[in-house]
Design a protein around this ligand. Structure first.
Ligand code: CXF
Ligand code: ZN
Length: 331
């Protein structure tokens, strides 16, 4: 029985920019009001983890527990949490969905204004950390999730309940990469059947954004790598009159876009930003997961391979190269 008590468990701690993560024991405090403590059963690596692992300037901060693509099981809930209960399977998602603010109630936005998205070292509601190392030093959170730990604490507004029947190694990718790509096509660009589409960067996000590819100036051009300069190429590849370049990849904080104002004015094209593909975590993710279930049922894909679990999965992940040619979900 761990409810209400601190949990001692293993985590992969990022102590210094660009240096190997350190597997160590950490303390995870019980959830405060509006929060949920979850046992991570599967986590994957997104390119944004690498970006913030390598970054030396703020908003980078260390020591930190990275990781934001994950599936977990609720271990305990804080006061006022009724949406999930102990034992539920959940997908932590880095953008909040409070369901009450003007933006969460609007179909046009996924940018909650109760907890505006920021790269913060804290959990959003109480602006504090639930992690300490065994010396009592605070460990910072990452993207409201911090999944490179056997247990983590996440705000209820950053949690979507999912069916335990979906293999965690597949559901996990909906926490960020795959949803971001699918959402960019579905919710941000609203690509119609018959449109021409170009994807710059065919990683998990780019692949998830595909409709079809044709030659010529395209109706929609998605930048999925995270190079500001490539957004200009995407913009240049758009059809005049109505073409849209959609920014999906994440460049370093501070990277600037450079467009000729005349070109912008005369061409009738637009550039759009898209975080989490414009998806609303609590309403759109169940729809996407149901599509996965339907598709996999017809393709008999759901039964293999076995999901990676807990520390074994984490260990496996950490044994992979994390620089150079490593394949990650944005890249
Ligand atoms: C990113 C979006 C921009 C801030 C960091 C996280 N999304 C997912 O990796
Ligand atoms: Zn991500």
């Amino acid at each position: 029985q761990t409810r209400g008590k601190p949990i001692r468990c293993r985590a992969a701690v990022s102590r210094k920019a660009g240096e190997p993560l350190v597997m160590e024991e950490v303390m995870v405090a019980p959830p405060m009001a509006g929060e949920v403590r979850i046992r991570i059963i599967c986590t994957s690596l997104c390119h944004s983890d690498l970006t913030f692992w390598k970054l030396k300037e703020p908003p980078a901060c260390f020591p930190r527990i990275l990781g934001h693509e994950a599936v977990g099981v609720v271990e305990s809930v804080g006061e006022n949490v009724t949406e999930v209960a102990e034992g539920d399977t959940v997908l932590p998602i880095f953008i909040p969905d409070c369901g009450e603010c003007m933006d969460c109630r609007s179909e046009k936005s996924n940018l909650c204004s109760k907890f505006p998205f920021e790269i913060s070292p804290w959990l959003p509601r109480h602006k504090s950390s639930r992690f300490t190392d065994l010396k009592g030093e605070v460990l910072y959170h990452f993207l409201n999730v911090s999944s490179f730990s056997e247990y983590t604490v996440v705000d209820i507004d950053n949690i979507t309940k999912i069916s335990p029947a979906i293999p965690p190694n597949k559901a996990c990718l909906f926490s960020c990469g795959v949803s971001t790509g699918v959402g960019a096509a579905w919710r941000t660009a609203k690509v119609e059947k018959g449109s021409t589409v170009v994807i710059f960067g065919l990683g998990a996000i780019g692949l998830a954004a595909i409709v079809e590819m044709t030659d010529g100036g395209a109706d929609y051009c998605f930048e999925c790598v995270g190079f500001a300069s490539l957004v200009q190429d995407a913009f240049a590849s758009c059809r005049k009159g109505w073409g849209k370049a959609i920014m999906v990849g994440v460049d370093k904080p501070g990277a600037m876009l450079n467009f000729s104002s005349v070109e912008m004015l005369h061409c009738g094209k637009s550039v759009m930003g898209s975080i989490y593909g414009g998806l609303k975590p609590k309403s759109h993710i169940p729809v996407l997961l149901q599509r996965l279930v339907d598709k996999c049922a017809s393709l008999t894909l759901m039964s293999e391979p076995k999901p990676c679990r807990g520390a074994h999965g984490l260990g496996l992940l950490l044994s992979l190269p994390v620089s150079g040619s490593a394949s990650t979900s944005h890249g």
